[in-house]
Design a binder for this molecule. Sequence first.
Ligand code: DGP
Length: 115
Amino acid sequence: MMEENCIFCKIIRGEIPSQKVYEDEWVYAFRDINPAAPTHILIVPKEHLASANALEEKHEALVGHILVCARKIAEEQGFAEYGYRIVNNCGENAGQTVFHLHFHVLSGAKFDRMV
Ligand code: DGP
């Protein structure tokens, strides 16, 4: 299911332009408009899920697929060996601003420890 007014649903539908880096049946990946690192890619499921709080058991394969996509993108884009950070912000207090589930893939910088 898609949401009419969701920014990321519009990007997936091609109604808002984006710099695509990967696409398959389940996911769409594109460059973040406001990068927080030299490489900053967003991986989003094509199904509209507002956040990690919307995940159910039926989404287990999808979430696993997203992580495998992150690894494939890192290899294709040449930063797998350098290293990368995968981040999901769930909810406003965690910094989520777009309420369509997404995973940030960040690379090209040496990140401070977060946790
Ligand atoms: P978060 O704060 O975790 O919800 O991350 C949302 C990210 O989405 C933020 O880093 C900026 C990015 N973003 C928001 N609108 C657009 C857009 O229209 N195009 C692209 N490429 N990225 C966007």
